[in-house]
Design a binder for this molecule. Structure first.
Ligand code: AMP
Length: 477
């Protein structure tokens, strides 16, 4: 589900969303970026920003606006109007810290010997300390604490020994270890790159004579653009006045797309590497119905990501699907968070149960994950209070056992309920009548057609060695 209020899922953090566009006809792009970011809001609600420049104006003059809060809170018609330019990048972000981290908002705009760069990043590097040390010993001073700045520095430095900015990106990539989908704006080019393992998505779209780079296909739909294709893992694409160019010299055959993108992060109307997120969630629900069947009267999904899995469970089991929850999505940054004593009702402010659907019934409740167990416990309690006679919880992912180092903020082992308790004990702790998780060996059924995925948070099989120290918390996603 997609509540990102700390009173609800304490210290959990979501990834970032990026959106870049180059209009070859010279039309302003800021409002298209705004709508693109609006469609990617689920990927980060803490801060957002847009940077634009005019390929026909003074070279390297970048205008940007960034701020803490939702896209609709940070941007107004007035501040969008002054963002004139036909090339631009935008970013939504979930940070690990609050207001004081305004300097960490993206896109990062950097002036260097060859001009200006604006960079938007989704993912997390695992070798930031090494990369940073190398730069600091050659005199670099950092203004932020994000790995994105370290990456931007390396690209800028590489540019001094490269013919073009895209060549600099290609040459920087082998130094970077970890997850990164990036959109880079130089004065006359828009560049997109995806790490060789392809942890996070990045797609290319086209809207009339404009090329777009976006985290999800749903953002292309939102601005009425056509989907062109996914950026390949390891690929660098460059868009200039002649169109789109590609470099695949960093591509390999080993891929590790984040499986949690399908289970939770991405919107159901997104396709990643040719796989429909909606279909993979339906499949997860079907598998749960086969592997953890139960006699019940209604199947309900915890909004938003539990809904498609609940439908899959209902289709497979024949138990009717019900809409048990009414969600209030208007929880912006200015929402006054209830005090500790009101925590439970705070859940109800955002999510209310319809007794009409569950009273007197045996309910199957589907959610995408249990991290600490707080959410499931609260919702089971709410369902029972609304009159459910039994609540059977089914989770469309395996138990979370390991932290993620590639951009998903999963808390350290200590906080992961599945590290400390058996399934039966968790069932008791969340107050459910039964509990069933998706099994690890069925994960591949969710992404049939994908060329390889990362499930380290469930299995501990990290495709890139985790860093020695804990980089999470120091760097944001
Ligand atoms: P918990 O209450 O700690 O068990 O958290 C479980 C809930 O958090 C589920 O409803 C998930 O949809 C949601 N969730 C899982 N992973 C994340 C994440 N990385 N960021 C924010 N929410 C998440």
């Amino acid at each position: 589900m997609q509540f990102k209020d700390n009173s609800y899922t304490p210290e959990l953090h979501e990834e970032c969303g990026i959106f870049g566009i180059y209009d070859l006809d010279g039309k302003d792009v800021a409002s298209t970026i705004y709508y693109g970011l609006f469609a990617l809001q689920h990927r980060g609600q803490e801060s957002c920003g847009i940077a634009v420049s005019d390929t026909n104006g003074p070279l390297g003059k970048v205008k940007s606006h960034k701020g803490m809060g939702l896209v609709s809170e940070v941007f107004s018609p007035e501040n969008l109007e002054v963002l004139e330019g036909n090339i631009g990048v935008g970013h939504v972000r979930y940070s690990t810290a609050g207001e004081s981290m305004i300097h960490n908002t993206q896109p990062l705009v950097l002036n260097y010997a060859k001009g200006t760069l604006a960079l938007a990043h989704n993912g997390n590097l695992v070798n930031t300390p090494e990369l940073k040390r190398e730069l600091e010993y050659s005199g670099a001073i950092f203004q932020t604490t994000i790995d994105t700045e370290v990456m931007a520095y390396h690209i800028a430095r590489e540019r001094l020994h490269s013919e073009t900015i895209e060549e600099a990106v290609v040459k920087t990539m082998p130094k970077l270890s970890g997850a990164y989908s990036i959109a880079v704006m130089s004065p006359r080019k828009l560049i997109g790159a995806r790490d060789p393992l392809g942890f996070h998505p990045l797609v290319i779209g086209k809207l009339e004579n404009a090329y777009i780079l976006a985290s999800e296909t749903a953002a292309l739909n939102a601005v009425d653009a056509d989907f062109v294709r996914d950026v390949l893992p390891g690929e660098v694409v460059m868009i200039d006045e002649e169109g789109i160019h590609s470099d695949t010299s960093n591509c390999t055959t080993k891929h590790a797309t984040c499986i949690f993108e399908y289970i939770y992060f991405a919107r159901p109307d997104t396709h990643i590497d040719g796989v429909s997120v909606y279909n993979s969630r339906i499949m997860a629900g079907r598998i749960l119905a086969q592997t953890h069947p139960v006699e019940a009267d209604v199947v309900v999904g915890v909004p938003d990501s539990g809904n498609a899995a609940a439908l899959g469970f209902a289709l497979q089991s024949g138990i009717p699907f019900g809409m048990a929850f009414v969600k209030n999505s208007y929880v912006g940054r200015t929402f006054i968070k209830p005090k500790q004593a009101m925590r439970e009702s705070s859940v109800r402010i955002k999510l209310n149960v319809l007794p009409e659907v569950v009273a007197g019934k045996r309910v199957v409740m589907i959610d995408d994950s249990i991290v600490r167990g707080t959410t499931s416990a609260n919702i089971v309690k709410m369902l029972k209070k609304a009159g459910a006679t039994e609540v059977h919880v089914r989770i469309s992912s395996p138990p979370f056992l390991n932290p993620c180092y590639y951009g998903t903020d999963i808390p350290t082992g200590d906080h992961l309920i599945a590290r400390h308790y058996s399934v039966d004990q968790i069932k008791d702790r969340i107050g459910a009548d039964s509990l069933g998780y998706l099994s690890i060996d069925r994960l591949s059924d969710l992404v049939k057609g994908d060329t390889g995925f990362c499930d380290a948070c469930f299995t501990g099989n990290y495709p890139i060695d985790p860093p020695k120290g804990d980089i999470r918390g120091e760097h944001d996603v």
